[in-house]
Ligand binder design. Structure first.
Ligand SMILES: NC(=O)c1ccc[n+]([C@@H]2O[C@H](COP(=O)([O-])OP(=O)(O)OC[C@H]3O[C@@H](n4cnc5c(N)ncnc54)[C@H](O)[C@@H]3O)[C@@H](O)[C@H]2O)c1
Length: 384
């Protein structure tokens, strides 16, 4: 099988930059005929790039100036994982340079910043631009998506989607860029976690027509690097009560993003209840999916099914083994590379989050901030 090699540059060599390097390093895990090769990296901090130079043999260039990567004809695509305040300038420059882009969420620090990216995307239809969001590639989430596409649920009664963490429960945890408005944005936990929560609902056309939000700040101060307590500026937890109106359905949808949810470490979940079928998947029980088929008069029994290693792309791991976070990153990368190579003829139908979906998520988060300020339900543009 002759492989199509996609030459990548990485901008931002922190936590997520390394996750991509790790996914690319075990590409042999996947049974696919395309492959990313990381050839160049950029980080404002040269120490961060060193890790790549030491561990990723394909890297031939490291720089502190991302424009060097954009000018390099030996680079086809860029993964960009930098703080939110830098998304707009760097993403726009990447797109203008004609490089395909997988950019990290939230795709701009706020709605205005996002709109600038979306406008640039529209000017470059040949450049593939997608937003990182890996959880829909968990086998359980993937299966739930198939059920939604098949229209199994009948009349949808309610949808609940969330992403809950407890990593900020400890008040001694030092402040970082994710707790500051200037670098993370006013959205706080919504900007940080919200695209993960909204990717699947938006993919199935469930854009809220209105939103009432409840936003909370739990830990108000944290130590800085000198040990002094400084204000924690961003929202820790958010509950958004939304209404969804599609051509044939109308139902409430609760979206929650929490950085302080005791007992939870990266719990992403989606629940859909309907008159004919209900289903639920949570990364808390990553192998299991719960479903409840119903026909009038029949017994109502939840079925718990193991859905182990069967996601969008076939792998060397047998279907009886279990799946995890780094596997979802690998599958998301397969979807992005597949789409660069095969466009509409992808090997499986679930593509990475699109710029339009990122824009829709910004509309919801901006409405949620307004709802918090006014205490009112805020109507979104489009439908009501
Ligand atoms: N998909 C996910 O599951 C997931 C998880 C965590 C974070 N993220 C997203 O990834 C992005 C980065 O987050 P992270 O956790 O990797 O952050 P991080 O702080 O670990 O890494 C960010 C890196 O960007 C570098 N940087 C800053 N300014 C730069 C510049 N001008 N040019 C080049 N490099 C620069 C920093 O030095 C740092 O090494 C954010 O958008 C965040 O929301 C996504």
């Amino acid at each position: 099988m002759s492989k199509k090699i996609i030459r990548f540059g990485v901008i931002g060599c922190g936590l997520m930059g390394k996750e991509f390097a790790s996914a690319a390093a075990r590409w042999c895990h996947l049974n696919v005929d395309f492959e990313p090769k990381i050839v160049a990296v950029c980080d404002a901090n040269p120490e961060a790039a060193k890790w790549f130079q030491e561990k990723v043999p394909s890297v031939v260039k490291a720089t502190t100036d991302y424009k060097e990567l954009l000018a390099d004809p030996e680079i086809d695509a860029i993964y960009c994982a930098v703080p939110h305040n830098l998304h707009t300038q760097i993403y726009v420059d990447i797109i203008r340079a004609g490089k395909h882009l997988l950019g990290e969420k939230p795709f701009g620090i706020d709605k205005e910043a996002n709109q600038i990216i979306v406008d640039e995307v529209a000017k470059h239809p040949d450049v593939l631009v997608r937003c990182s969001s890996e959880f829909p590639f968990y086998p359980g989430a993937y299966r739930l998506g198939q059920w939604i596409r098949e229209g199994r649920f009948g009349t949808i009664m309610e949808v609940e989607a969330g992403f809950w963490h407890s990593s900020d429960l400890d008040p001694r945890k030092a402040i970082n860029w994710k707790r500051r408005i200037s670098t993370n944005g006013e959205y706080g936990c919504m900007g940080d976690l919200g695209m993960h929560v909204m990717h699947m609902p938006l993919r199935f056309g469930w854009k809220p027509s209105n939103v009432r939000s409840l936003l909370t700040k739990v830990v108000k101060e944290r130590p800085d690097h000198t040990g002094n307590l400084v204000p924690c500026e961003t929202w820790d937890n958010a509950i958004l009560a939304c209404e969804v109106k599609t051509e044939d359905q109308q139902f409430p949808m609760i979206l929650s993003t929490k950085r302080i949810a005791p007992g939870h470490a990266n719990t992403w979940f989606l629940r859909v209840t309907g008159t004919d079928f209900s289903a639920e998947f949570s990364t808390k029980n990553p192998k299991q999916i719960a479903s409840l088929p119903y026909t009038p008069g029949s017994e109502q029994a939840w079925h718990i099914t193991d859905v182990p290693y069967q996601s969008g792309y076939s792998t060397i791991t047998g279907g009886i083994f279990e799946f995890g976070f780094s596997d979802s990153i690998l599958q998301m990368w397969a979807a992005f590379c597949d789409e660069i190579v095969n466009r509409d003829a992808m090997q499986q139908p679930f593509r990475c989050a699109t710029p339009e979906e990122a824009l829709a998520s910004h509309e919801v988060f901006t409405a949620a901030l307004e709802s918090e300020r006014t205490g009112q339900t805020v109507t979104l543009s489009g439908r009501d």
